[in-house]
Design a protein around this ligand. Structure first.
Ligand SMILES: Nc1nc2c(ncn2[C@@H]2O[C@H](COP(=O)(O)OP(=O)(O)OP(=O)(O)O)[C@@H](O)[C@H]2O)c(=O)[nH]1
Ligand SMILES: [Mg+2]
Ligand SMILES: [Zn+2]
Length: 373
């Protein structure tokens, strides 16, 4: 029995796509685009207006179709690293056009720096986030908590990587403290100076799996990627340079293919991680506090001055670390503030949609009200 060459070609394409992380979840929404003759591609690197893409037949450069740019509801609807997109191959030059972004099955976001109400999607379609922390003087449990909340929100699984074990005097204490924050999360302790140390991460990076390395600047994300690749592909901070503070060695996000399958996303370290949507994930990241709260006398207890508050009782008798409780409150109020701002923004947008006469009347009224100031 001879197989149809078209079928064989299709199978080869789908095997190629699978090594790039393609699966049924994307195949379904892609169907209408396929009918239009578009091809699937995955975003490897984004430049200002130009995108470097991986496809079943190699790398291509692409631009976003004007139609998509105009229709995109805000910047977070534009393609980001890890996105699957539908492209129209170029006719004359070899530049393709991105016609659509496929729905994301997960995405890591934060609040855009300096812009109170804008979400910034850092990377999309991530199966697992390696939250990388350095066991040096920068080690900070509160920061880890913050990252854990954001990762919970992303829809990706978490693996905590405690790097630079070689410079840590008490690795066990650090590990124990991190386990207390995330009891059910896999934790790996390693040192990139030790040969083969990153091998313990390989079981998390199967063929077609996408892993994003996230964490502060200088924790060793790019060094870990180089070890896993077995090549010095990513630039890392020169060993002797102590002036690296606040400066990122990695300056762009990038999707990297491992030779034996699996995909890694290198990201520039974040100076500060501001949370975006935290409603559900705060509860997940602070299960212990939620469990205590179930015993508070009042169901809507704010764990402030209320009588019969079992959360405060736990802080008082040392069952719950005061610093953890403080951080929880801080993250919670940050989430509340962001929600308020977002609601304010939605109201403004609603106002902009009202009829022109309405708008004039409203602005006249507004001017009268503010004239006296
Ligand atoms: N002592 C020690 N140094 C390490 C280890 N891993 C990485 N480093 C060093 O830490 C510095 C920062 O590493 P990078 O890989 O550039 O850090 P990064 O997280 O990619 O930083 P950004 O790209 O700025 O976000 C480099 O000088 C590495 O050589 C380790 O396990 N032990
Ligand atoms: Mg780096
Ligand atoms: Zn309470």
């Amino acid at each position: 029995m001879t197989s149809d060459p078209d079928d064989r070609a299709d199978r080869t394409v789908s095997v190629m796509l699978e090594t790039l992380g393609w699966n049924q979840r994307f195949a379904e929404p892609f169907r209408p685009h396929a009918a239009e003759g578009l091809r699937p591609a995955r975003v490897a690197v984004t430049h200002n207006y130009l995108y470097q893409l991986y496809t079943a037949s190699g790398d291509v450069m692409a631009e976003v179709a004007g139609r998509l740019r105009h229709r995109a509801a805000g910047a977070d609807a534009m393609p980001v690293v890890g996105d699957w997109v539908a492209i129209r191959p170029g006719e004359t030059d070899d530049k393709a056009t991105i016609e659509a972004v496929l729905p994301r099955h997960s995405c890591f976001s934060r609040k855009a720096a300096g812009e109170p109400t804008r979400r910034q999607v850092v990377a999309a379609n991530i199966d697992t986030v390696f939250l990388v922390c350095g066991l040096d003087e920068e080690f900070n449990l509160r920061r880890i908590e913050r990252y854990l909340v954001a990762i919970c929100d992303s829809g990706a699984a978490t693996v905590i990587v405690l790097n630079k074990a070689d410079v840590c005097a008490d690795v066990d204490a650090a590990r124990t403290a991190v386990i207390a924050l995330a009891p059910d999360t896999p934790i790996h302790v390693l040192s990139c100076l030790e040969h083969g140390s990153t091998d313990m991460l390989k079981p998390h990076i199967g063929p077609g799996t996408t892993v994003a390395l996230i964490g502060s600047s200088g924790v060793g994300k790019s060094t870990i990627i180089n070890r896993l690749l077995g090549a010095d592909r990513q630039r890392t901070r020169p060993i002797r340079s102590r002036d690296g503070r606040g400066r990122h060695t990695t300056t762009q996000r990038e999707l990297i293919q491992l030779p034996d399958g699996g995909l890694l996303i290198d990201t520039p370290g974040m100076r500060e991680l501001q949370l975006w949507d935290t409603t559900a994930s705060l509860d997940d990241a602070f299960e212990d506090i939620e469990a205590l709260a179930a015993h508070c006398r009042f169901r809507d207890c704010a764990h402030d001055q209320e009588p019969g508050c079992s959360v405060r009782a736990a802080v008082d008798d040392g069952r719950l670390a005061a610093s953890r409780f403080d951080n929880y409150r801080k993250l919670q109020s940050e989430g509340d503030l962001l929600r308020q701002r977002r609601e304010g923004l939605a109201r403004l947008e609603e106002q902009r949609r009202v009829t022109p006469e309405h708008r004039t009347m409203r602005s006249m009224r507004h001017n009268r009200m503010t004239d006296g100031k």
